[in-house]
Design a protein around this ligand. Sequence first.
Ligand SMILES: Cc1ncc(COP(=O)(O)O)c(C=O)c1O
Length: 387
Amino acid sequence: MTKTEQLIAEFDKYVMPTYGRLPLAFVRGAGSRVWDADGNEYLDFGGGIAVNVLGHAALTQVLLEASSKLVHVSNLYYTEPQGRLAKKLVELVGAPGKVFFCNSGGEANEAQFKLARKFGNGRYETLTFTGSFHGRTMAGISATGQEKVKHGFAPLLEGFRHVPFNDLAAVANAVGPKTAAILLEPIQGESGIKPATPEFLRGLRRLCDEKNLLLQFDEVQCGIGRTGNFCGWRSIAPDVVPDSISWAKGLAGGFPMGAMWARQPYQDVLGPGTHATTFGGTPLACSVALAVLEQIEKAGLMANAKALGDYFIQCLKTVPGVKEVRGIGLMIGVELPVESKPVLLKMAEHGLIGVQAGTHVVRFLPALNVTRAEVDEAVEKFARALA
Ligand SMILES: Cc1ncc(COP(=O)(O)O)c(C=O)c1O
């Protein structure tokens, strides 16, 4: 038995089988590389599903410093890092607003759902989209436009309806007297990297203004610089400003953190006592996120994501056996004529990690500081695996 096999055998005895895991067990990482329990090296282009924006082992210094100062105090008190991070995020969005902190994408979306209901004041319906993914909480699976996540969990939460993505007329038709909000991923991630069109985002903004609805963006996967802009939608329609945004994944580069931003005049809709979480926005998590955002700006990583993303997409289009390549910046989906799971296993044999999306898509979501040489290496490994 290899060390990996031993680890997996022991693991499976005690950990619930909620994930379709690949038979890989990682023990160490550095930059865009990871090593498994048997010492094999891999190029990590899954990035922990768009989480490790600075790569592996990049947070040591800030974790040491911040954790030796103050790890946690309750949200019944004020802390400097939380205030500073909120200010930074508001500046990065570029429109006046305020931020609520939590711990994951699912929770950040819960905050958006609750914001919509409070704002709706009796109107309780949120329109979401076919193929969307908004997390695994009960409200998250109710909002998600994919049957597979709902199966076995009825009755779901009332008040969500799914409409076809990128079909403005269908959305306009679907708006009813109970509708309060429209929620979407500007680039659908889990269902296979499907960007909204600029006309769609602009049309939704107009529709929400006309009908007094909140326009809510789920930027959990496409945000935090991955598309070349801090906000993913700005890589599609820079002039559109949503009413609220959810973030998580890359926000603290692998340290668990989520957040919701809401713009003026909705920033105070969730007042004292309406929403809370024990761990949201600890001084430790906020210090890590501040260090991550500082590094993204200082090292020009958004420009890197755009330049290397464009290059990567061009290279992937030349790989024999690829059906279609979609994406913006370093959020890339490769559509294959075959199911992608066996291909991901082959890629791992060749030392390359990607992530499945939908059934036939391999997703690449590498660190934003990935190098051109690493992209070349990934393309070469991917081509060999596909062959
Ligand atoms: C767009 C989107 N929203 C929400 C989530 C849920 O985030 P979390 O797993 O942190 O709860 C995900 C996770 O993949 C996501 O991609």
